[in-house]
Write a new protein. Structure first.
Length: 111
């Protein structure tokens, strides 16, 4: 389920895509917590609001980077439909964080 998480050219089954989703969800949440906590220590007063914004920004960037790395490694960057799916991951990450944004990325990993 969790094998080859960093091999973006690997075609995953549904179970492996679920492992990909869970693994990267945990990684993005941890990175967001660390960056949000550091910004809270540095900025002080408005730490909660700024921490949430930083967490959302990390989620959007990470999910878009994952989606486009998958497209690149699988030679799908010429397929307009797959590019739209990758962009959808960024939009969903903006609206619902990495919880929603990783769904299209996990789908792309099955192609």
């Amino acid at each position: 389920m969790f094998r080859k998480l960093t091999d973006f050219s690997y075609k995953r089954s549904f179970k492996e895509a679920l492992g990909f989703y869970l693994g990267y969800l945990l990684l993005i949440v941890l990175a967001s917590m660390i960056l949000g906590g550091v910004s809270g220590l540095v900025l002080g007063n408005q730490s909660t609001e700024i921490g949430l914004r930083i967490g959302n920004l990390v989620a959007v960037i990470a999910v878009l980077a994952l989606s486009f790395m998958i497209l690149s490694k699988k030679d799908l960057s010429g397929n307009f439909g797959m590019i739209l799916v990758a962009l959808l991951s960024g939009i969903l990450a903006f609206l619902g964080g990495s919880l929603l944004g990783l769904i299209p990325a996990a789908y792309l990993s099955t192609k």
